[in-house]
Design a binder for this molecule. Structure first.
Ligand code: FES
Ligand SMILES: [Fe+2]
Length: 387
């Protein structure tokens, strides 16, 4: 897991002035809307004596109040009130928790979990269809019991369709004609990889999907990444009918991931809103049927994490995008952004320490109560230490 990327926190329309506790990167966060409607994401652990801020309440002054002794924290994470000291008490500067930059996009609340200054931050995956009246979007979230990198790599794998998805593959029934075609690079960017490819697909059988593509034959699809946890999947049923899906993944634990799926479609849009909503619902159900086909297989992949050495798998040319994704992960590890899971897990096993994902304010201000999460040292530091 990596700091310094944008992680999905919750569905924007579901965030209110009732604080919620969210698990990301094996840490707890509190998310809430202040009384002006601004979304806020803070480290959940109260720096007084470890209360969970999400168990408290939002106050009219825009703060979240710890349920244990009532300390209040504003959406910059700064403590504005320590009730036990009396009404006009001075608040010590160390009384603050990490607060993370927040953006609301595509119906999702994102938090930047890291300490990079704004100019150096990777972006949120751009969505060209956002705001285009020819496209309609829906957003859903669901949890899976596997590591997020396994999930992303599954999305980057063009060879599983044929066997995992009877909805758009031949389940290996046409092995004589079957072969994965050339992967054409698509939407390659500083922070990720991507490809499109053409394949033979059976006629869509579902009553709704049949209306978008009734005959079998050639189809185009592809996928790609931005950062460790943002992924696009384009499905082109025909020249004019498409679905463009955007997945934003929040690793919770090594074996638990929350996935936010934003589905854009340029089909099944009518002038009747009740009908559009009905199709939204049916398409979301359909997407979940397909997601479940993946879940059954990916749930059982071993090891749980991808193996650190490439010699422990036998990869083929069509696994190219998976390798490119791993190259990006390695480059972020070399920059010192990878969480040292062994250290984190050792602290959890002892039960006597909790860390915070460092927020941008740590770059300028000192004196934080919680230690930052342990990270694998950047490559130069390892090289220097060896000299
Ligand atoms: S633990 Fe939060 S106010 Fe005491
Ligand atoms: Fe799949």
């Amino acid at each position: 897991m990596y700091i310094n990327f944008w992680y999905p926190v919750c569905i924007a329309s579901e965030l209110t002035t009732t604080p919620i506790r969210v698990r990301i990167l094996k840490h707890d966060f509190v998310a809430f809307r202040d009384h002006e409607g601004n979304a806020a994401v803070l480290s959940d652990t109260c720096i007084h004596r470890g209360g969970s801020l999400a168990g408290g309440k939002c106050k009219e002054d825009g703060t979240v109040q710890c349920p244990y002794h009532g300390w209040r924290f504003n959406n910059d994470g700064i403590c504005t009130r320590i009730p036990s000291l009396g009404i006009n008490a001075k608040i010590p500067p160390r009384a603050r928790v990490d607060a993370y930059p927040v953006q609301e996009k595509y119906g999702v609340v994102f938090a930047f979990l890291g300490d990079l200054p704004e100019a150096e931050r990777p972006p949120i995956l751009p969505v060209d269809e956002d705001g285009d009246p020819n496209w309609r979007s829906t957003v859903v979230q669901f949890d899976v019991d596997y590591y997020y990198e396994r999930s992303i790599e599954n999305g980057l794998d063009p060879a599983h369709n044929e066997y995992v998805h009877p909805t758009h593959g031949y389940s290996g029934e046409r092995e004589e004609e079957y072969k994965v075609n050339e992967l054409e690079p698509h939407r390659i960017n500083t922070w990720g990889t991507g490809f499109m490819h053409t394949f033979d697909a059976p006629p869509l059988k579902n009553w709704l999907m049949k209306r978008f593509r009734s005959a079998g034959g050639k189809m185009q699809a592809g996928s790609g990444t931005l950062g460790p946890n943002h992924m696009w999947t384009f499905i082109h049923f025909s020249k004019t009918k498409s679905m463009h899906q955007y997945m934003f993944e929040a690793p919770m634990e090594e074996n638990k991931t929350r996935i936010f799926l934003v589905n854009f479609r340029n089909l099944g849009i009518t002038k009747y809103e009740f009908l559009n909503k009905f199709i939204d619902k049916k398409i979301n159900e359909r997407n979940y049927v397909i997601a479940k086909q993946d879940i059954v297989v990916v749930n059982k992949l071993r090891p749980v994490l991808t193996p650190p050495s490439r010699t422990k798998e036998l990869l083929m040319p069509h696994d190219k995008a998976v390798l490119e994704y791993r190259d990006h992960l390695n480059s972020w590890e070399a920059r010192g952004w990878k969480i040292d899971m062994q250290e984190v897990n050792a602290a959890r096993a002892r039960g006597d320490a909790i860390h915070a994902i460092p927020s941008p304010a740590r770059r300028k201000d000192k004196g934080w109560v919680l230690d930052p999460v342990p990270l694998i040292p950047p490559k130069e530091m390892i090289a220097q230490a060896a000299e």
